[in-house]
Design a protein around this ligand. Structure first.
Ligand code: SF4
Ligand code: SF4
Length: 401
């Protein structure tokens, strides 16, 4: 894959420092202890010429332009590990890394694959460049018919924000259909936006495209207004994060849950339906924007533990210290670029951890992950027996649906 960076920017924009310090508690950057924790925990810190701690050092020394002349910023997968473990509570991901990516975009220094994903989002409302009209094609043939709100205009209890990868990606559609079966088995009255849904925009925001994020949010907000529902559930942790933490500042505010939270609230209804034993050791991978950013660690594990025969095992990185799959925050669209630099993938590292934990199944609750981990398994000889399953798939199987 061709990777190009245009001639590097001679200077930072005039508003860089004011916006950096004013945004999301950015003022706290001044409280940096230079302890190096952020650089140490960063999964690509070892390859960055300026890992996060050194970037702050460069800010202090007034040589940040040197940072912008490297590709350090584009090695950041927005996993939030640096922010979560900083002893000075500095919002490194939200304030520094995202702002620095915005600056790189302003200067036109952008890996081509990321640029394509951003252009696709602007043009088609999804990063893959798929037709918006085909967003609900995954529902074809499902009985009973999935309620597409624009067609039926029926009030529902739950608006399911399906999301880009769960709607379009052929591997993920199996998991999406599994969740349909579970919702139907529980008697949940739900509907989807179908062609009226746009990308949640969260990963584009984290990749530095705030304007595009706001455009997506406004389009989704307009669609939400047209229908009657009590709450929103999401398949994608990034959609959950955007709706919970980012959309309200734009005047778009609804009760929202990730689907694992929603199902866990109904666990007593689910338990008698778990008729099929699944004899397997399952390692659960905490997605960064479900776990570390939004503190949802227990609900997915409770659902898996409720399945007869399942033994839950933990990988060396877990919970708050989970290891990013490399896909969120724009990483999905920097794979080729980051491979060129690091010659390793975070997904491969994660699969090795699942093998070390002696897991039979690597369970996930984010639509970015199954294709990434399945690709990684193909490259690791010792992982050939490991299966990757979306949590909804495991649950639907145990419910014999
Ligand atoms: S972890 Fe926090 S205090 Fe330590 S170097 Fe990084 S930003 Fe500074
Ligand atoms: S958000 Fe993750 S990838 Fe980015 S600098 Fe922090 S630790 Fe590194």
């Amino acid at each position: 894959m061709e990777i190009t960076l245009s001639p590097l920017s001679p200077s930072l924009s005039k508003t860089f420092f004011t916006s950096l310090y004013e945004l999301a508690d950015g003022e706290r950057i001044r409280a940096c202890l230079q302890c190096g924790t952020c650089s140490g925990i960063c999964p690509f810190g070892y390859i960055m010429k300026f890992p996060p701690g050194k970037m702050i050092g460069a800010l202090r020394a007034d040589i940040f332009e040197q940072v912008m002349k490297t590709d350090s910023v584009w090695m950041c997968v927005s996993c939030n590990a640096c922010s979560a473990f900083c002893p000075s509570d500095i919002p490194i991901t939200a304030a520094l890394m995202t702002r620095a990516k915005e600056e790189m975009l302003l200067a036109g220094n952008i890996p081509t694959e990321l640029q394509a994903a951003l252009e696709n989002t602007q043009r088609y409302g999804n990063p893959m460049g798929e037709s918006p009209r085909k967003r609900s094609d995954w529902t074809l043939g499902i009985t009973p018919e999935v309620n597409i709100l624009g067609k039926t205009r029926q009030p529902v209890d739950v608006l399911w924000f399906v999301g880009d990868y769960a709607s379009y990606h052929s591997r993920m559609q199996a998991a999406t259909k599994a969740l349909v079966k579970i919702l139907n088995a529980l008697g949940v009255k739900f509907g989807i936006l179908g062609p009226e849904e746009n990308s949640d925009g969260d990963s584009q925001r984290l990749a530095g495209e705030r304007g595009l994020f706001e455009m997506m949010a406004q389009k989704n907000g307009q669609a939400f207004k047209k229908y009657k529902f009590n709450e929103i559930i999401t398949t994608d942790p990034h959609a959950f994060n955007a709706l919970k933490n980012e959309y309200p500042a734009l005047g778009i505010s609804y009760p929202v849950k990730h689907y694992t939270q929603f199902l866990n609230e109904r666990i007593e209804q689910i338990k008698p339906l778990l008729k099929k034993e699944i004899k397997a050791r399952i390692a659960y991978h905490d997605p960064c924007y479900l776990g570390r950013v939004n503190n949802i660690f227990d609900e997915p594990r409770a659902l898996l533990k409720a399945i007869p025969g399942v033994e839950l095992v933990e990988m060396s990185h877990q919970g708050m210290n989970s290891l990013c799959c490399g896909g969120g925050g724009g990483g999905m669209w920097l794979d080729g670029f980051q491979w060129e630099k690091a010659h390793t993938r975070l997904s491969e590292w994660r699969v090795r951890e699942a093998v070390a934990a002696n897991a039979d199944i690597l369970a996930v609750a984010c639509p970015y992950e199954p294709p990434r981990f399945e690709d990684a398994i193909k490259t690791i000889q010792t992982a050939s027996q490991l299966k990757v399953r979306e949590l909804a798939e495991v649950l639907a199987e145990a419910m014999d649906l």
